[in-house]
Design a protein around this ligand. Structure first.
Ligand SMILES: [Zn+2]
Length: 96
């Protein structure tokens, strides 16, 4: 069901869910009881599937199920990185 946004004369905004055919134009405000008018707001459908939405999803997911790291961290495998050139001239270069 779509979410509709209402705003009362005192400025309180709240949301309520209705079917599209049953959405009222006015609804009683939960804080002051006055009639709150339905506002026209942008639907939040375009966010689904976008990279922004995926980033928000991944960030929330990483809070309780972090990704498993199977590779070594960069910089921890120095010994394996030593012999990747066989040019004898490279042996004279200074080591970091
Ligand atoms: Zn109100």
């Amino acid at each position: 069901m779509p979410l509709y946004e209402f705003r009362c004369p005192e400025g309180t905004s709240f949301e309520a869910s209705f079917t599209m055919s049953q959405a009222p134009r006015e609804l009683a405000c939960p804080s002051c009881g006055q009639e709150a008018r339905r506002r026209i707001s942008a639907p939040k459908l375009s966010l689904a599937g976008s990279s922004e939405f995926k980033l928000i999803d991944a960030t929330k997911r990483s809070a309780h199920e972090p990704e498993v790291v199977s590779n070594r961290l960069p910089g921890s495998g120095r010994s394996s990185a030593t012999g990747y050139t066989y040019n004898p001239l490279h042996q004279k270069l200074p080591r970091p």
